[in-house]
Design a binder for this molecule. Structure first.
Ligand SMILES: Nc1ncnc2c1ncn2[C@@H]1O[C@H](COP(=O)(O)OP(=O)(O)OP(=O)(O)O)[C@@H](O)[C@H]1O
Ligand SMILES: [Mg+2]
Length: 373
């Protein structure tokens, strides 16, 4: 009886509502700003399958720190695993999986469902659905492969869909931002934000400034990558910038800068605005000791097993902008991550440790909200 009571208490501590997913292994990346004053502020959170860790290999050599750990953590669950080769945005991860005896890498998703070994694993339902070890196999693929999670589970009961709890938030940054409003612990690590119609009006900038009081704003498309469409702007330039990007002109179409020309063909009828947060500035030895405004790319995994959530931090390093804070340039040039070699630098152990601790608390909570659906 006492044992049962303790077990119930543990369960109550881990999730507020029942999990829609019996078990899971998810891999995430976050781009974030970090300062002693404001702590972690997450610019972007997404499924790791979409992300590139060029900076990790550049700074840490060989295969970097991230992907070997991803492979090792998956290997803690020694069942057969399937992945779609072309779905892995970061090619060195595909190479790691290709060389691992636990993984089968196939060119297309439907080849997985035709693999006799998959069909055999899929046909055996788990004896203990809450325990990862009870399953026969795992699939690691993009969300669009799985039309319906519940249909998939009925059809292939022996298989875990790694990352399934994050699929409802796939690509659309608005949906992900909404998830951060679920409670104060997760809201604290997200810059204040709002969703606005993609239609210019003379009052739009004023509305934004009264919703989100700030000196600088970040304008963002809901579903773009690689910084396309992301514009960091001072409040004095908010109105003219909105007018330029929301009224589709030839000048916008022909603008050489992807932060701007993206808006000519943005497919959503609304867009996001966030409050701008800076990181504590750093001096970068490999860039003649100049001072930069960095963004951290951090990666971690979250595991749901035996009704418990487990957070595993993988690594964090700085992405630096194209220009230092002392050079003349736009806010995009001086504060937005540039994401190309050699614009990366290591973060101190102290900063990484603090980011890790703040992510452990907030991302475990956010993951619980994903599990609850
Ligand atoms: N709220 C914010 N405050 C300060 N800087 C921000 C904020 N949001 C984004 N940035 C900067 O803009 C960069 C790009 O933003 P974000 O990561 O949201 O877009 P993205 O298009 O998904 O980028 P990528 O695919 O290159 O990671 C961030 O790495 C960061 O440097
Ligand atoms: Mg990003």
């Amino acid at each position: 009886m006492r044992k049962l009571y303790i077990a119930l208490l543990l369960f109550a501590a881990s999730l507020d509502a029942a999990s829609k997913y019996p078990v899971d292994v998810s891999y995430f990346i976050a781009d974030l700003k970090y300062s002693k004053e404001h702590g972690v502020k997450i610019c972007e959170l997404q499924h790791g399958i979409l992300s590139i860790f060029r900076g990790d290999m550049y700074l840490h050599g060989d295969q970097g720190l991230v992907i070997p750990q991803v492979e090792q953590i998956f290997a803690e669950f020694p069942m057969r695993k399937w992945a779609v080769n072309s779905h892995l945005a970061f090619r060195p991860l595909a190479t790691l999986f290709k060389n691992s005896p636990l993984w089968t890498l196939l060119p297309t998703p439907w080849q997985i469902f035709e693999d006799p070994a998959f069909m055999q694993a899929a046909a055996t339902p788990p004896q203990h659905p809450d325990s990862i070890d009870s399953y026969q196999g795992m699939v690691f693929a993009r969300a669009d492969v799985f039309e319906s999670y519940s249909d998939f589970c009925k059809k292939y009961p022996g298989i875990i869909v790694a990352g399934a709890p994050s699929f409802p938030y796939w690509i659309d940054k608005y949906k992900m931002s909404l998830l951060f409003t679920r409670d104060p612990v997760v809201a604290k690590v997200k810059p204040e934000w709002g969703l606005y119609p993609s239609q210019y009006s003379e009052t739009l900038a004023q509305t934004i400034m009264s919703d989100i009081p700030a000196d600088r704003f970040v304008i963002k498309p809901r579903g773009a990558f690689e910084g396309n469409g992301v514009i960091i702007v001072a409040k004095e330039e908010l109105d003219s910038t909105l007018q330029y990007i929301l009224q589709k002109s030839d000048a916008l179409k022909n603008d050489k800068d992807k932060s701007y020309n993206h808006w000519y063909s943005d497919r959503f009828d609304s867009f996001l605005v966030e409050k701008y947060y800076g990181s504590d500035e750093i001096s970068v030895d490999t860039f003649e000791g100049k001072t930069y405004q960095p963004t951290m790319r951090a990666s971690f995994m979250l595991i749901y097993n035996n009704n418990q959530v487990e957070f595993r931090f993988l690594a964090g390093y700085w992405l630096i902008p194209f220009k230092s804070v002392d050079e003349e340039g736009s806010l995009n040039e001086c504060t937005k991550a540039y994401c190309k070699v050699p614009y990366f630098t290591k973060a101190t152990d102290e900063v990484v440790e603090d980011v890790k601790n703040q992510l452990e608390v907030s991302m475990s909570r956010l993951y619980q909200h994903m599990l609850e659906g």
